[in-house]
Ligand binder design. Structure first.
Ligand code: PMP
Length: 286
């Protein structure tokens, strides 16, 4: 069951006009929210980032947080599986093709839910391969825009050589992955790039930094050079659907000793414990 512009229906029945500006211009934003045990994880943070994305492209938020909460709850209830991920998609609506914003047009709102399949244990045990590429995206990567052509092409470069992610480098520094944030472990210190217009402010990124701070894991948020990426003891990728994964090969060379390291093991466990605590409602998942 999906939601489209006020109605709930099976996905096969959902239709949008070809003049939707999402289709014509990629003029819209989106969010991906994991759901564990039928409860959305970090909902307030995801809705705050959605607001930031909408503000960034000047679309008025079509719903209050309470309305989003209600719509998402109904979608979770209407779909199978305790663990799901919600995909929210908002475009500038349907109008005669013209670059300038149309006047008086309501945004298109689409929400779907899919089963959340977190990475299998075998993959976490072996780690995954990644490649590097030059970050050729625009300069507002903090907006979660639906126009993802550069990300699609960059991710495909990895897939073409049997890797799972592309680590992006801009002007000698690492920004993020094609669809994830990247952490570096060097000399026992967890390094994270600073949030700015060159990367998406990941919700999982925030959770990892909070867990590191709460458990006295040495951590620095600062620019990370290409050299530091290439000489890292560990590389980790994070996202709402992949959670935390170890990158054990970069551009065909082993990262550290080529197997998942201690920093990964510790953060992965902390993340799983944190999820359980939040799901039990023992902490406010603000
Ligand atoms: N950066 C990019 C470009 C992404 O697409 C994603 C996730 N889709 C992330 C980072 C990770 O963000 P989050 O942890 O909120 O899923």
């Amino acid at each position: 069951m999906i939601y489209l512009n006020g109605d709930f229906m099976p996905i096969e029945e959902a239709r949008i006009p070809v003049l939707d500006r999402g289709f014509i211009f990629g003029d819209g934003v989106y969010e991906v929210i994991p759901v564990y045990s039928r409860r959305p994880f970090r909902l307030a943070e995801h809705l705050r980032r959605l607001q930031h994305s909408l503000d960034g492209i000047r679309i008025t938020n079509p719903h209050t947080d309470a309305e989003w909460d209600d719509l998402l709850a109904r979608l979770i209830a209407g779909n199978e599986g305790d663990d799901q991920y919600l995909y929210l998609h908002i475009t500038r609506g349907v109008a005669k093709r013209d670059h300038a914003f149309p006047k008086g047009v309501a945004p298109t709102v689409f929400i779907m839910s899919n089963p959340l399949l977190t990475p299998p244990k075998e993959l976490l045990a072996s780690g995954v391969a990644a490649i590097t590429a030059s970050d050729n995206r625009w300069l507002r990567c903090d907006i979660k825009a639906i126009s993802l052509l550069p990300n699609v092409l960059l991710r495909q470069m990895a897939v073409d050589v049997g890797a799972v992610e592309t680590v992006l480098l801009r002007d000698g520094f690492m920004t993020e992955g094609a669809a994830s944030n990247i952490f570096v472990m060097k000399d026992g210190i967890l390094l994270a790039p600073p949030k700015n217009h060159l990367m998406l402010p990941g919700i999982t990124y925030d959770v990892v930094l909070e867990l590191a701070a709460a458990h006295d894991i040495p951590c620095e948020v600062r620019e990370i050079s290409e050299y530091e990426v290439r000489t890292a003891q560990e590389l980790l990728l994070t996202s709402s659907t992949k959670e935390i994964m170890p990158i054990t090969r970069l551009d065909g060379k082993p990262v550290g000793d080529g197997s998942p390291g201690r920093m990964f093991a510790q953060l992965y466990q902390l993340y799983q414990n944190y999820k359980v605590t939040v799901m039990r409602g023992n902490t406010t998942d603000s």
